[in-house]
Write a protein that binds this ligand. Sequence first.
Ligand SMILES: Cc1cc2nc3c(=O)[nH]c(=O)nc-3n(C[C@H](O)[C@H](O)[C@H](O)COP(=O)(O)O)c2cc1C
Length: 307
Amino acid sequence: MWRKAIRRILPSVPQWATVALESQERSVTAELCWDGGRADATDDHTIASLKPLTVATSIDAGACPVLRYIDAATGRGLGTLRLTKARSFVAANADIHLYEVAAGEHRCLPSPLREWTAWRQNRNMLRHRAANHLNMAPAAAQQLMISYLCPRPVVLVSVDTGTHRNIFPMDLIGPLASAGLFTLALRSSNVSEPVIRDVGRVALSHPPASIKAAVYGLARHHKDALARWDDLSLPIVSSGQFGIPALASALCVQEMTIVHSVVVGSHTFFVARMASSELRHAGAQLHHTAGFHQYERKRRGMPFPEV
Ligand SMILES: Cc1cc2nc3c(=O)[nH]c(=O)nc-3n(C[C@H](O)[C@H](O)[C@H](O)COP(=O)(O)O)c2cc1C
């Protein structure tokens, strides 16, 4: 009864929004703040693991920094993650620091819609635990959504060794710009994880937002490798140097050489150097952001184009 009444007053905010953005758009910036210091981390923080939820950066931000997400147009703080340093390691002569997320909050929804939305999303996650591919505690999933305040591009990662071939979507990716490195967090149970560690080369195809359904369809290859490239419904072409099959309609194709890999909780965290980057087409790329972020932008009359 009371739930029906609340639903009439408070709208339903989805967990995620799939949006079409130009890759160079910087709608949200990220800043690491610690005792006596701060640094722009927009292009220098990525997710290393979902369980425990872990952020990687090449910025040494001390033991307990705060990661702030700020709307680039208005300067308004959208959300924060409180971090605790877990460990550091060296990859390709660069220090990389792993921070576990201790707490998080966002200011995208007014109260009580914020509390109601979190309660409803948490309840749904617990109810549909078996089908929830994130396999995270509700509080950690809420913190993960805060990290998506910087919209994350979706790419198709492909690998080919002659005996093993695969292509699947990833969005836990991104640069550690100060170190000149790029990272990918891949669930250790992924069927291609040992192959990527062994062969040390992948191609990243940046798909146009218009082929969202086909991109999502390829998520099944996180579990099952591709039998033949001819089985793909999407046309492919070879990447420039490595000759790895990549998406023909990709806006951009990048080749990565893996220089280091480390298991961080549920994921294998690959550290790579970009070997090539080829812009092929103009257009908007598929991105993910948090549903509460898109809601906040709609309220301001500036929603991201949704796909
Ligand atoms: C758009 C998209 C992006 C994804 N990005 C990643 C990623 O970055 N890392 C990862 O390990 N899995 C990624 N996945 C895979 C899912 O998290 C999940 O493991 C996979 O779909 C298998 O789900 P299931 O175990 O529930 O069947 C992605 C899936 C989709 C659809």
